[in-house]
Ligand binder design. Structure first.
Ligand code: NAP
Ligand code: ZN
Ligand code: ZN
Length: 350
C-alpha cells in the first residue's frame, strides 16, 4: 500500500517578490519508483531569492523554493531498489530529466538536452508545477535521490545538495589539486564550500572577497590567502597568479579585472547567476589564451561522489539553523552578504 496524493505544509512566495508565507501544496501519490521523503532540513540558496523575486523571469507562483533537501525515507514505491524506509537521503536542484539524451546517459543530467525538471519553479512531465524543499514532505523518483553518508549531520549536509556540488563539479573538472593555485570569489554559501573542497583536494586556495571582514573565517575554512577586492592594489599584486578562479558572485563582476589574475592558459569559471548581463573586453581572454567558462550544479552520480568525498573529509556546511518564520529575514541577510555561511530551515517549524 502506498500513500495517495496528499497536501503538505510549505512556505511559498504567493507572487513575484511577495514575502514567503505558510501554505499547503500537493504532493503526488508514491509511484512504483518513488520515495516519499520526510524533509528535515532545507538550505536557502541565493537562487531561491533570485527566483522568488522573479529576477531570472518566467517564475511560476505560488513558488515553494528549496533545492537543498535533506531528510529520511518515509515510504518506498513497489519497484524501488536503491532505498529503504529510514534511509538518510538528499535531493538537489532537479527531480527528473529525459534519461535518454547523450548527457543523461553520461550522468550529466543537469545538461539534459530536452531540459530536466527543476525541483521547484518548473512543470513536471505531466504539466504539474513542482514545489521545493521549504516543506515537510516530498515525493521524488529514486533515480534523482542521493544517499547522505552517516558521517554527515543532516542539517550540515543539506547545503551540499546545491552549494557543495556546484563547487565540487568545476573544481574537479578543471583539476583543482596539488600544485594548483585556485581563487574563490565571494565567501557566501557556495564560496565557503568552494574553499573547503578546494583545500581538501590539495590546492593552494585564495579567497577574493569584497572586504576583509570574514578573513579569520576564510582561513579557518581552509584558505591559504585572503584578499579584499575593493581596491586595485589587490589586482595589481595578484596579476597572473591563478590557474583557476571560480566566481560565486550573484551580481555582475568586472570580469576583465579578474581575468587579469589568471596565468597563461588559466580558466575563470563562473557559477554565480546574476540577473543582469555582463560586459567583457575580449582582449582579456585573447592575451594569455585564457578561458572564461560556466558550470551548473552536477549530475546525480557526481552529487553522490561529492557527498561521499565530503563525508570522508568531514566537510559539512557552516550553517545558521532558522525557523520557517525567519525565511524572509534570512533572504534580506543573504542579499546584504550577511550569511555565515548558509541558512538552513528546520522544517519541523513549518
Ligand atoms: P551568497 O551566499 O549570497 O554568496 C554570494 C557571495 O558573493 C556573497 O556572500 C559575497 O561574498 C559576494 N558578493 C555578493 N554581492 C557582490 C557584489 N556586488 N560584488 C562582489 N561580490 C559580491 O549566494 P550563493 O547561494 O552562494 O549563490 C551565489 C550565486 O550563485 C547566485 O547568483 C546563485 O543564484 C548562483 N548559483 C549558481 C549555481 C550554478 O549551478 N551555477 C548553483 C547555485 C547558485 P563576499 O562578502 O565575500 O564578497
Ligand atoms: Zn542553489
Ligand atoms: Zn536528457
Amino acid at each position: 500500500m502506498t500513500t495517495n496524493a496528499s497536501t503538505v505544509p510549505a512556505y511559498a512566495a504567493p507572487a513575484a517578490g511577495a514575502p514567503l508565507e505558510r501554505t499547503t501544496v500537493p504532493r503526488r501519490a508514491v509511484g512504483a519508483h518513488d520515495v516519499l521523503i520526510d524533509i528535515k532540513y532545507a538550505g536557502i540558496c541565493h537562487s531561491d531569492i533570485h527566483q522568488a523575486r522573479d529576477g531570472w523571469g518566467r517564475g511560476i507562483y505560488p513558488m515553494v523554493p528549496g533545492h537543498e533537501i535533506a531528510g529520511t525515507v518515509a515510504e518506498v514505491g513497489s519497484g524501488v531498489t536503491k532505498f529503504a524506509v529510514g534511509d538518510r537521503v538528499g535531493v538537489g536542484c532537479f527531480v527528473d530529466s529525459c534519461r535518454e539524451c547523450e548527457h543523461c546517459r553520461q550522468g550529466l543530467e543537469q545538461y539534459c538536452t530536452r531540459g530536466g525538471t527543476a525541483t521547484y519553479n518548473a512543470l513536471d512531465k505531466n504539466g504539474e508545477p513542482t514545489y521545493g524543499g521549504y516543506s515537510t514532505r516530498i515525493v521524488v523518483d529514486e533515480n534523482y535521490t542521493v544517499r547522505i553518508p552517516d558521517g554527515l549531520a543532516l542539517d550540515e549536509a543539506a547545503p551540499l545538495l546545491c552549494a557543495g556540488i556546484t563547487l565540487y563539479s568545476p573544481l574537479r573538472h578543471w583539476n583543482a589539486g596539488p600544485g594548483k593555485k585556485v581563487a574563490i570569489v565571494g565567501l557566501g554559501g557556495l564560496g565557503h564550500m568552494g574553499v573547503k573542497i578546494a583545500h581538501a583536494l590539495g590546492a593552494e586556495v585564495t579567497v577574493l572577497s569584497q572586504t576583509l571582514r570574514k578573513k579569520d573565517d576564510g582561513l579557518k575554512l581552509g584558505a591559504d590567502h585572503y584578499y579584499a577586492t575593493g581596491d586595485d592594489v589587490t589586482f595589481r599584486a595578484l596579476a597572473g597568479t591563478f590557474d583557476l578562479i571560480v566566481s560565486t558572485v550573484s551580481a555582475p563582476l568586472p570580469f576583465d579585472k579578474y581575468l587579469g589574475l589568471l596565468k597563461t592558459d588559466g580558466a575563470m569559471v563562473n557559477v554565480g547567476a546574476p540577473e543582469e548581463p555582463i560586459s567583457l573586453n575580449l582582449f582579456s581572454v585573447i592575451g594569455g589564451r585564457k578561458t572564461l567558462a560556466g558550470s551548473m550544479i552536477g549530475g546525480i552520480r557526481e552529487t553522490q561522489e561529492m557527498l561521499d568525498f565530503c563525508a570522508e573529509h568531514g566537510l559539512g556546511a557552516e550553517i545558521e539553523l532558522i525557523r520557517a518564520e525567519q525565511i524572509n529575514e534570512a533572504y534580506e541577510r543573504v542579499l546584504a552578504s550577511d550569511v555565515r555561511y548558509r541558512f538552513v530551515i528546520d522544517t519541523a517549524t513549518i
